[in-house]
Design a protein around this ligand. Structure first.
Ligand SMILES: [Zn+2]
Length: 241
């Protein structure tokens, strides 16, 4: 069900339009697994990211990091209207909580709440969210990264069926070598650049429109915005910390 086109999910994406991101024959949602660094970005800056025009971050948000946050904001805005499914794997949640531990205890609860809120997207898709399940058994192999948490994160994302592993970690971006089921590893800016070059817009683009494509005669319906409510309630909470 995670990969199946659904009216509630909104307009999805097709392999012929995005061959670098989707496996051959796929016409459906874009499933994006979030690395722990992206989860923390969402927890720390989520409200600003959703509120376009307020991208004024304090402190360390400069240069490349600011560009990645801006791309993450664009991705969130696209996620609202298109069938992009964010998933959080057990290792990503644990890793983010570990990083949050060094900040404050409240942040850890916020990470849990954020993972739960993203899990709601899967509420009516007939499966438990990956963050609520035991760690999945790897179904591929990874040979470019040293053994450790990064490799586990990548393999878990692949095992839950993600098309893209979204991360800001330079080493993971440059060194990951995966075998097994197709999965791309991208930074927010690289993912947005790829979507833009395929002319993906909030209401069109990124689909093939071929015979048998589920999006061939797609009515221009807004997706179920329940996912936004879940996310907003969490972000408001963490924003007041
Ligand atoms: Zn198609």
């Amino acid at each position: 069900m995670l990969h199946k086109a659904s009216t509630a999910g909104g307009l999805g994406f097709c392999h012929p339009a995005l061959p670098g991101l989707l496996p051959s024959g796929h016409h459906g949602p874009l499933v994006v697994a979030l690395d722990s660094n992206i989860l923390i970005d969402l927890q720390q800056h989520g409200s600003e990211l959703l509120d376009e025009g307020s991208l004024t971050f304090e402190g360390d948000a400069t240069g490349g990091y600011l560009a990645e946050l801006a791309a993450l904001a664009d991705l969130l805005n696209l996620w609202l209207l298109r069938d992009i499914r964010f998933v959080v794997t057990p290792a990503s949640k644990t890793d983010a909580k570990k990083a949050a531990e060094r900040m404050v205890a409240k942040r850890q609860r916020a990470i849990d709440a954020l993972a739960n809120s993203l899990a709601f997207q899967l509420g009516d898709w007939g499966m438990l969210a990956p963050s609520e399940r035991p760690a999945p058994v790897p179904i591929g192999d990874e040979t470019g990264l040293p053994p450790g948490p990064d490799r586990d994160l990548v393999l878990e994302a692949q095992a839950v069926g993600a098309h893209v592993f979204l991360t800001r970690d330079e080493e993971v971006l440059s060194k990951t070598v995966l075998t097994g089921p197709f999965m791309a590893v991208r930074s927010p800016s690289a993912l947005m650049a790829e979507l833009s070059s395929a002319d993906v817009q909030p209401f069109f683009g990124g689909t093939c429109g071929g015979a048998g494509c589920p999006y061939e005669d797609w009515a221009c319906l807004a997706p179920d915005l329940g996912k936004l409510d879940g996310l907003l309630s969490i972000l408001d909470e963490s924003g007041s910390m």
